[in-house]
Design a protein around this ligand. Structure first.
Ligand SMILES: [Zn+2]
Length: 524
């Protein structure tokens, strides 16, 4: 399946300058792009860069530190993509091998089926509305030695969980822009595949698919204003939570500088091939952003994938209101989330609970938001999520309910003194409100689902596998603190785990790199 991946690695050393250093050298490496370390001055919603004359010719580099892999790329879309793909080329083969395994397990289809979906359904949309980003993806594909459809797939797979059950509806719809031959192709497939038995086309029965995947992902806090933070400015923390199968590849930090006049420099967390931040970013316009997904979300309309809209925000939006507008425009509902953004220039934060039929946006300049995989907007919970999840918001027996109440409790506890150190403490918290105990498990903010026999999928190799913390000062210096690995410093040894929990042995055999305790690092 993936043997062709190796074919173009010969590009690697001829096209880019690569620096590989020992793990302790990241902070010692000389700064080549001095001008882009500072946030631009942005007043009245307009963005302009300081020190713009310091730009030099295209440059790219890769550094490794404390489990993180940080690449820095710049230039025109295809060139920066080519550098991205080339720098990370050694990581792609195993990622696609694991992705193929996960797709087969979750949907009963091999990766080729989903590559066809990318080619037939998603590529035309991206070509039409995001030609710049399609070029970047084309560059990544050529640099990595894979097809463009492979790179599209890793940028849209977040939404497959809602896309797939709606496939029948999409191909039968008279309003979608798909050609009749594409519709026929998938109608034939659905007929042969007996789709109803594989992926349920009834949106309210979302539990019948993806039986082994967790449905809630990540925890987040964000606060601003003199009543809440120690200096009145912004504080932010996030940990990513999902299956370790996909999570193991999220240790990549991508630092992109587009040509002058073509948007912001962005530093974001992702996996090889990612052109957007599924979970965390900062940019040179002084914004920070992240999300927690809305668990068991079921609505879907075929429009623009979320990744492209988020990338549009990261690169071009000049105000929180513009983030809101971009996310509401041509909204698909894929990877439906509570997205939270902070504007460090104007000291303001925003949360958008992004359903499809219902969307709720709030702004604060003295307050906080927390994220725990549900929504405060009950219209979204009641109308756009699977029925059984409606109660989780209030149910401390669930991970969602426990984390919501615990996060709110901790924000109130530290009201007025929130800073980076306290944010680290909150995002690594192990307290169970339900059990009244401090013990890491499926419910806790620093989530250890893999130790929990009472989790919905007992002992599933999943949980939190990173943490990021930043404040206004760090964002404005284009840096953040991050720990790669379980946020509290615990470790996950896939080999011994697989021996102990044989039902997950096959999964365990695909997981690497979470068996080491690593320190918090400054990423810049
Ligand atoms: Zn922990």
């Amino acid at each position: 399946m993936i043997s062709f991946l190796h074919s173009s690695l010969l590009y690697k050393y001829s096209l880019v300058y690569i620096t590989r250093r020992s793990t302790s050298d990241m902070t010692k490496t000389k700064k080549v792009l001095k001008s882009h370390h500072n946030v631009s001055q942005r007043k009245n919603g307009k963005s302009s860069r300081k020190n713009k004359t310091e730009r030099t010719s295209a440059f790219s580099e890769i550094k490794h530190k404390d489990g993180w892999v940080r690449i820095k790329i710049e230039g025109e879309p295809y060139n920066r993509g080519m550098n991205h793909g080339t720098l990370l080329s050694s990581m792609f083969p195993r990622m696609f091998e694991v992705l193929g395994f996960a797709l087969q397990k979750n949907y009963g289809h091999d990766i080729d089926f989903f590559l066809s979906v990318c080619n037939d359904i998603y590529k035309p949309i991206i070509h039409r509305n995001y030609p710049e980003f399609l070029e970047e993806m084309r560059g990544i594909a050529d640099g990595a030695g894979v097809s463009l459809n492979h790179i599209i797939l890793v940028n849209i797979f977040y939404g497959l969980d809602v896309f797939y059950p709606h496939l029948k509806e999409i191909v039968n719809s008279r309003t979608t822009s798909l050609s009749s031959s594409i519709k026929q192709k998938y109608k034939k497939f659905l007929k042969e595949d007996n789709h109803e038995n594989n992926g349920d086309s009834k949106p309210n029965n979302s539990d019948s698919r993806s039986k082994k995947e967790v449905n809630d992902h990540c925890s987040l806090i964000m606060a601003v204003g003199s009543e809440w933070t120690s200096d009145g400015k912004m504080v932010y923390a996030h940990n990513t939570m999902s299956s370790f199968l996909s999570g193991q590849f999220y240790n990549v930090i991508i630092d992109v500088t587009p040509p002058l006049g073509k948007g912001n420099r962005m530093i974001y967390q992702g996996h090889p091939g990612a052109i957007f931040a599924a979970d965390f970013f900062i940019n040179s316009a002084g914004f920070i952003g992240g999300n927690t997904t809305i668990a068991n979300f079921t609505s879907f309309e075929l429009h623009d994938p979320i990744g492209l809209r988020i990338r549009q925000c990261m690169q071009y939006a000049t105000s929180l209101e513009e983030y809101d507008t971009i996310l509401r425009t041509r909204n698909s509902g894929d990877y439906a989330s509570s997205w939270m953004f902070g504007d460090t220039v104007n000291n303001r934060i925003m949360r958008i609970e992004l359903g499809v039929k219902y969307i709720n946006t709030e702004y604060k300049d003295n307050g906080y938001f927390v994220g725990f995989n549900s929504t405060y907007d009950e219209r979204i919970r009641k109308n756009e999520c699977g029925n059984h999840k409606n109660g989780d918001f209030d149910n401390i027996k669930t991970s969602i309910g426990n984390r919501r109440h615990r996060l709110e409790e901790l924000m109130e506890k530290y009201k007025g003194s929130l800073n980076r150190d306290i944010a680290k403490k909150i995002i690594t918290d192990h307290y169970n409100i339900y059990g009244k105990k401090t013990r890491p498990n499926y419910r806790t903010i620093c989530k250890h689902a893999f130790v929990d026999g009472k989790a919905p999928h007992p002992y599933q190799p999943s949980g939190s596998y990173d943490a990021k913390v930043a404040d206004t000062n760090m964002v404005q210096h284009m840096e953040f603190m991050g720990r790669w690995g379980i946020p509290c410093g615990a470790t996950f040894d896939a080999a011994s785990f697989s021996r102990k929990h044989k039902q997950w042995r096959e999964w365990g055999s695909h997981i690497r790199g979470l068996n080491t305790k690593r320190p918090w690092s400054i990423i810049r």
